[in-house]
Design a protein around this ligand. Sequence first.
Ligand code: SF4
Length: 351
Amino acid sequence: MPPLIIPFFIPHAGCPHHCLFCNQQTISGAWQQLPDTAQIREQVIDWLKRSPDRPTEVAFFGGSFTLLPRQTQEVLLDAVQPFIRQGLVQGIRISTRPDGLEAEALSFLQGCQVTTIEIGVQSLDDTVLQLAGRGHTAEQSLQAIRRVWSAGFNTGAQLLPGLPGDTPDKALQTLRGVMTAGVQFVRIYPAVVLQGTGLADLYLSGRYQPPDLVQGVATAARLLDAANKAGVPVIRIGLQADDGLTVPGALLAGCWHPALGQLVRSQLVRDLVCQKAQVLPSGSEIRLHCHPQQVSEVVGQGRTNLHFWNQAGLLISQVRPDLQLERHQLCLESLQHKMCCSVVTDYIYEE
Ligand code: SF4
């Protein structure tokens, strides 16, 4: 069972400057005020009541945690310690910048029961980082990942494909780079243009056009495929539909959808079926079998996959739920053939 994550947003707290694309107030719907000890305790108790008996972590997201004054870090982390001592919370996760992860910071976090560190890598292309005003290099990100991983933390990377200067190939190279350096999970946030950011200025003046939904899904599908093959979980695709993001005018452009992850996983299925169907005799009527909980992803939102296959000349006559199959498996059955495949292990996109 995935852990219950109790999130606290600390928008921009600790950040040395505003990155070109970032508006944490809009993303989280929260305003820059750090929660105090009482608020943290109250919220943890509330979440634990609603979801008892689950492994639980408390998370501090949305800023550069390790660049907060040390005393502030202590106040936030201390508030969680009683729950850890009672065995009600198993760990703490934080997100921060690659340039905030020196060895001394890591040993402090270890002493405070921080177990997971998510590193805002965004890109491993120095031009992209520079254009985004990140203030650190790709090499600093790689060193941070290696240091965090070597220190024994569960290590994750947040990637942001589609920024100015980025390409789908660079995004794939970024993913491969962070996986080689040792990350154990990734989050993929395709670029969006949020009101009030430097990126919005570029977009509104016609100097930047973010990948749209179709382009962003295609890139994210390539990344997901590569992560699947490497056995690295992608724990999130796309920003959550939090209050701030759904306010009219908050989101100006880019690849966003409230169920973006499902669109991306559907596209993997779509492309895998197209690929596998090529070896069946042309004109074969095909029945697709999948795990019952995967039917909607196989069919696609608004039956988009069925329409796509139909237009591509594939005669998919039925999608049948089959409890014998794992969630990642699919079987294509025609009159003469039955072929099983997997979105996780089968080759889908060209290397
Ligand atoms: S992207 Fe990260 S480091 Fe940059 S402003 Fe946002 S929260 Fe701060």
